[in-house]
Design a binder for this molecule. Sequence first.
Ligand code: AMP
Length: 227
Amino acid sequence: STQGVSSAASDVYKRQIMLGAPGAGKGTHAGKISEKYGIPHISTGDIFRENIKNGTELGKKAKGYMDAGELVPDELTCDLVVDRIHQDDAKNGYVLDGFPRTIPQAEALTKALAATGEKVDYAIEINLDDQVIIDRMSGRRVCSCGATYHIVNIPPKKEGICDKCGKELVIRKDDEPETVKKRLEVYHEQTAPLIDYYKNEGILRVIDGTTGLEQGFQDICAILDQK
Ligand code: AMP
């Protein structure tokens, strides 16, 4: 059934979660996984930012939390993701980026999947020290088309301009230094416990976030290709 689909084996690579602190490279790697394996990249942060841009009710509710570096409440987040993973393009799998971020979110996901006899295949943690994170986030630049750059690690071809669509790059509001500090605190308190959660489920895989994008992506592919 997967004839003609060389590396994107739809029966093989299924449901992945990216774990790691903000700025660890979850979004970048999730984008590359999505491209290589032909599964959608589902980023709750992107979904919230899109809603803010479009002025939706959800966007209005989420904005205050995001600007403060806090988590959007689980009630606003879980149903949204459960709906998203049940859409047609996600039936052969997906890579979740930025969700789950709390134990109750992980439990909601497990429960939603169990209802149809499914489960997460791998939770991939990108491991990185806080200081490296702080340095990285200060260099992050984003485009409204969703592309992400770093002034040193992933520079655009032309300074300040998106390679993909030519628009001007900006600093995400929640990448300001004070907010970064807050987001790291929130990460350690609320999200890091997921590492043990998925370790207990036997599906945690850890990659070293310091080795560079290319090596990191090779490490991830080695994990996914083992299956
Ligand atoms: P991200 O782009 O993943 O770094 O997310 C940016 C911000 O969106 C976070 O700091 C949170 O305020 C919010 N957010 C994204 N995903 C979630 C989630 N799963 N639960 C709660 N808040 C989230």
